[in-house]
Design a protein around this ligand. Structure first.
Ligand SMILES: Cc1cc2nc3c(=O)[nH]c(=O)nc-3n(C[C@H](O)[C@H](O)[C@H](O)COP(=O)(O)OP(=O)(O)OC[C@H]3O[C@@H](n4cnc5c(N)ncnc54)[C@H](O)[C@@H]3O)c2cc1C
Length: 377
C-alpha cells in the first residue's frame, strides 16, 4: 500500500515510521513552517494531572508507558542506542509548593496512577527538593515521582524520519495539499503524487491541507513561547522535570547545561511567529519565582511554536474520508502522544488482514474520532 503523509512534525514523522516499518510504501512531504510545534516543544513525558477526558486519559497513559518500547524499536531500526541521541531520559518529576494541603492533594492524585506511569511517589522537604533541583526557591517542598522523562522533540523527529527512511520511506521538502479529485496530493511545485491513502498530520495547518477536497477539522493554533537558559559548568543532565502546583508553567533540563522554561499558552495570537515582550516577561517571571537560582543563567534563545488545538482539548485522529486520515489536535501533549498514536494509526490504515490489531487500535483512539465534531453540528 502506498501512503502519503503530509507534515513531519512528531505526529507525521511517527506515523511515517510506524507505516514504513510495517512494509508500507511511504512518501512524506513537509516544508517546516515557522512555528512548527515539534521544534519548540519542551519535551516532558510524564503522567498528566490536567488530562481528565474519558478515552484521552487512557490513550495518554498508554503513550507514556509506550515510550521505552518506542526507543527500543527506533534503536533497532537505526542500529544504535537512540535514547541518548534524542535526549530521552527518565529523570523523575517534581510538583512544587510551600503549601502542605496542596502537596497532599497532588500526592493523593499521583498515587491513584498506575506504577508504570509514575513509579514511586514520595514527599520531599525543601532540603531534599534542593538536592534534586538545586535552583528551587528555598521554601518549596515537593511531591516526587521516579517515572517522569524528557525528550528533545527536534532530535526525536529527525530519528523518526531517519528510521522511516531506513525502511524505504521517501521525504520531500515541499508544501502539499489534497487534490480536489481523489487520493492524491498536489505539491506547491504543481507535481501530483498518487497514493492509496493520505495521512494529513500538518499540525495547526491541517485545515489548509484538507481544504481542496472540501474536508475540514476544527483545529486552531495556540502560541507557546518557551526559553532556553544556559548554566555553564553545571551538570543538569539528571535534573527532574519541575512544575509549581496549580501552574501550567514548568522547567526541565538537558545534558548540555541547558534548562528549558515555559511556556505561554496564547489563544489569540494566530500564527504570529514572534517572541513578545509580555511572553518573555511571563516565561522568565514564572521560572524565576519557582527557581530563583536561575537568575544568573544565560538566556540562550526563546522558541515559538503553535500547538494544534481542538475545541474540546482532545486530539483529532481518524478518518475524514475512506482514503484520508487526519492526525492532529495534539495540543500540549504531542511529544508524549506521537510515537504511540503513530502505531495505532498505522494499524488502522494498513489494517486489512490484521483485524485484531485494527480493532484494538480503533478502540484505543475512539475518543479522538473527528466525527464527534460532525455529530455536534
Ligand atoms: C512551547 C511548547 C511546549 C510544549 N511542551 C510539550 C511537552 O513538554 N510535552 C509534550 O508532550 N508536548 C509538548 N508540546 C506539544 C507538542 O510540541 C505538539 O503537540 C506537537 O509537536 C504537535 O506535533 P504535530 O506534528 O501535530 O505539529 P507540528 O510539529 O506543528 O508539525 C506539523 C508539520 O506539518 C508541516 N506542514 C503544515 N502544512 C503543510 C503542508 N501543507 N505541506 C507540507 N507540510 C506542512 C509543518 O511545516 C510542520 O512541520 C509543546 C508545544 C509547545 C509549542
Amino acid at each position: 500500500m502506498r501512503v502519503l503523509v503530509i507534515g513531519a512534525g512528531v505526529a507525521g514523522a511517527s506515523v511515517a515510521w510506524s507505516l514504513a516499518r510495517r512494509g508500507a510504501e511511504v512518501v512524506v512531504v513537509d516544508r517546516l513552517h515557522d512555528g512548527a510545534a515539534t521544534l519548540a516543544g519542551a519535551g516532558i513525558v510524564r503522567a498528566s494531572l490536567g488530562i481528565t477526558e474519558p478515552g484521552f486519559v487512557e490513550a495518554y497513559a498508554a503513550a507514556v508507558r509506550h515510550y521505552p518500547e518506542a526507543m527500543r524499536c527506533l534503536g533497532d531500526a537505526l542500529g544504535r542506542d537512540v535514547a541518548d541521541e534524542v535526549g530521552y531520559r527518565v529523570v523523575g518529576g517534581l510538583w512544587l509548593s510551600d503549601d502542605d494541603a496542596s502537596l497532599a492533594d497532588v500526592e493523593a492524585r499521583l498515587r491513584a496512577f498506575d506504577g508504570a506511569q509514575v513509579g514511586t511517589v514520595s514527599r520531599l522537604d525543601p532540603a531534599q527538593t534542593r538536592e534534586l533541583f538545586p535552583v528551587a526557591a528555598p521554601k518549596l517542598a515537593a511531591v516526587h515521582v521516579t517515572r517522569a522523562a524528557r525528550v528533545d522533540g527536534r532530535r526525536l523527529r529527525l530519528a523518526l524520519l531517519a528510521a522511516a527512511r531506513a525502511h524505504g520511506a521517501v521525504t520531500h521538502d515541499d508544501d502539499a495539499r489534497l487534490s480536489p479529485d481523489g487520493t492524491a496530493v498536489v505539491l506547491a511545485s504543481g507535481e501530483r503524487l498518487e497514493a492509496d491513502h493520505v495521512v494529513v498530520a500538518a499540525g495547526t495547518w491541517t485545515p489548509d491541507a484538507l481544504a481542496p477536497r472540501g474536508l475540514t477539522v476544527p483545529v486552531t493554533p495556540q502560541r507557546g513561547q518557551i526559553s532556553h537558559l544556559g548554566l555553564p559548568g553545571t551538570d543538569t543532565s539528571r535534573w527532574p522535570t519541575a512544575t509549581a502546583v496549580g501552574s501550567s508553567h514548568y522547567l526541565l533540563a538537558f545534558d548540555d547545561s541547558r534548562v528549558v522554561v515555559g511556556a505561554t499558552r496564547e489563544r489569540d495570537a494566530g500564527t504570529d511567529y514572534r517572541v513578545t515582550a509580555a511572553g518573555q516577561l511571563e516565561v522568565l517571571g514564572e521560572a524565576l519565582t519557582v527557581a530563583p537560582g536561575l537568575a544568573d543563567a544565560t538566556l540562550l534563545e526563546t522558541r515559538v511554536g503553535f500547538r494544534p488545538t481542538s475545541p474540546d482539548g482532545v486530539p483529532i485522529v481518524g478518518r475524514v474520508a475512506d482514503d484520508v486520515t487526519v492526525v492532529t489536535g495534539y495540543g500540549a501533549s504531542g511529544l508524549t502522544l506521537g510515537p504511540y498514536v503513530g502505531e495505532r494509526v498505522a494499524d488502522d490504515v494498513l489494517g486489512t488482514g490484521a483485524d485484531d490489531a485494527q480493532n484494538r487500535s480503533r478502540h484505543a483512539l475512539a475518543a479522538f474520532a473527528p466525527s464527534r465534531f460532525a455529530e455536534a453540528r
